[in-house]
Design a protein around this ligand. Sequence first.
Ligand SMILES: *Cc1c(COP(=O)(O)O)cnc(C)c1O
Length: 214
Amino acid sequence: MYTDFKVYSESSKVTLVVVSKTQSTDAILSVYNAGQRLFAENRVQELVSKYEILPKDIKWHLIGHLQKNKVKYIAPFVDWIHSVDSWELLSIIHNEAVKNNRIIKVLLQFHIAQESSKYGLTIDEGDIISQNVVNSNWSHIQICGVMGMATFTDDEELVRNEFRSLKQIFDHLKSKYFPDSTSFKEISMGMSSDYKIAVEEGATIIRIGSAVFR
Ligand SMILES: *Cc1c(COP(=O)(O)O)cnc(C)c1O
């Protein structure tokens, strides 16, 4: 199963991030030993404890909602934060990155699903944050693109339309605010149940958990 993703992602130039939340360190190590180096967690505490135990060449992605007071725990080592959903959070990430003398890569998370429970920015909020980012010209953050989660449903057309809307948001932000940015190029969308549709709709990063560990 894992090898399938590898082939799939290499042929279509999509980056596979393996979501290791709730998995044991042994289970993660077996995927690591197969060559995978990008892993993602959705909880700060679990991320920190796995970081401490597991090999240091793993690049860790945070994909879950991030509380402002917890940024300091992951700033010393986290590589990517997919779940930026406010300007305040972004400025705290920048401050912590400065303190740790690191550059942290971030994605702006948009609300594209029908469920009201999913976090994320509206298009208007994304515009405001992007304008602020352009104005502030921060040194220790790289804004690398957008992230979103589709509705959890069997309705493939709905999922496809939601992914398509995230691609449109990406294109809009790219052309309006980041036309010359070499880092603003990623669209993180697609999980075990819907990554094929996501890739068809332009995903550059897929986040796969259960299908790898099953
Ligand atoms: C859990 C999770 C995934 C992976 O989901 P699977 O269905 O296990 O592939 C991807 N993205 C986010 C934000 C998640 O919380």
